[in-house]
Design a protein around this ligand. Structure first.
Ligand SMILES: [Zn+2]
Length: 347
């Protein structure tokens, strides 16, 4: 029963949040063919042994909790961020770091622990190269990763994979704390935690959290020089943009957008509840995505998991052509990079 219920929830949320455009019959046929690919049905990510897409035009996008994603295209498995073993009481994603056996590359959006704590382990298990800002290098070395498996980027680099080009673009860390009254975010967090009836961490939980937090960098310079967005261009021009902190829009992001009209898919972060909506909307109006996935909003329990609805509705008002998806962990969302048809898995 459970998988069926999960699929139904996805369908309902998508129906509720998506801006559905009138679809012609051929588009419907393309969507059906896409949806029949086992890779577009399975809840098992390709990185832990799930099926690869059959059609060379299909890219599979999966949200793996927080701002973790998997992109699969023409035999390449790209992992975006790597924070699977999360601090205590987070919802289980359904995979643990030891499960990850296949990856081509791991792209780190910025080297705070909640974006890279499992990158060293995953890269060692898979042989994947980790790409990220230089701050990540020390953390990965401490985690036992050989230097040759890390590529430092600062924005402006272009990486090539079969059928795929990836551009690194300098972003910015969020400055939401400066846009609300002093101490507001801490008070908000404490109030939500109290409303969630959560007891403080036990000693064992505190230790566990500290060990996870140590697998990231706390360098203050990350705010301005450590946040890297990645623009994937698949096949003849299907664009997927990954950003994992909603900072003020940078000159590099604007310069990128002068070279392209918009992106097909963006994975964007929704943090700090209400206060995080304006910077999120700024990223949407900058990147002009047809489809947005939201991440970073899935805190523990129910009180600390921000509903996507207010953010999605703000996006619709600001960018009526953008569709916001709200999918469950591991649900495959497939896009045909040539026809731009989309199919959401119903395993
Ligand atoms: Zn951060």
């Amino acid at each position: 029963m459970r998988p069926r219920l999960a699929a139904l929830t996805v369908a309902v949320l998508v129906a509720r949040l998506a801006l559905v455009s009138a679809s012609a019959a051929p588009a419907q046929g393309a969507r059906e063919a896409l949806g029949q690919d086992p890779a577009c049905q399975a809840l098992t990510p390709a990185s832990i042994g799930g099926p690869l897409p059959r059609d060379p035009e299909t890219v599979v996008v999966r949200w793996l909790g927080h701002t973790n994603y998997e992109l699969v295209y023409r035999g390449s498995i790209f992992l975006l961020d790597a924070y699977y073993d999360r601090v205590p009481r987070n919802h289980a994603i359904g995979i643990v770091p030891a499960d990850v056996r296949k990856a081509t590359a791991v792209f780190i959006g910025h080297p705070h622990f909640d974006h890279m704590s499992d990158a060293a382990a995953v890269a060692q298990q898979t042989g994947a190269v980790v790409i990220g800002a230089a701050f990540a290098g020390d953390v990965l070395a401490k985690g036992g990763l050989a230097a040759r498996q890390f590529t430092a980027v600062r924005g402006g680099e272009v990486l090539q994979y079969p059928g795929t080009t990836v551009q690194a673009v300098l972003g910015r860390h969020n400055v939401i704390a400066t846009t609300v009254p002093e101490g507001f975010l801490d008070r908000q967090q404490a109030a939500l935690q109290a409303a969630a009836l959560q007891a403080p961490y036990s000693d064992a939980e505190t230790k566990q959290a500290e060990a996870i937090r140590a697998r990231g960098s706390r360098d203050p310079a990350i705010a301005t020089t450590g946040v890297i967005n990645y623009l994937f261009t698949f096949g003849s021009g299907f664009r997927v943009l990954f950003a994992d902190s909603p900072g003020p829009v940078t000159a590099a992001q604007r310069a990128l957008m002068e070279t392209i009209p918009g992106v097909d898919v963006a994975m964007l972060p929704y943090v700090n509840f209400e206060a995080g909506i304006p910077p999120l909307v700024d990223l949407v109006t900058t990147f002009k995505p047809s489809t947005v996935f939201l991440g970073h909003h899935d805190g523990p329990g129910a009180m600390l998991w921000a509903s996507n609805y207010p953010a999605a509705y703000a996006i619709r008002r600001a960018a009526p052509a953008t569709r916001t998806l709200d999918v469950l962990y591991r649900t495959p969302v497939c896009f045909n990079t040539a026809t731009r048809a989309m199919a959401i898995g119903r395993p």
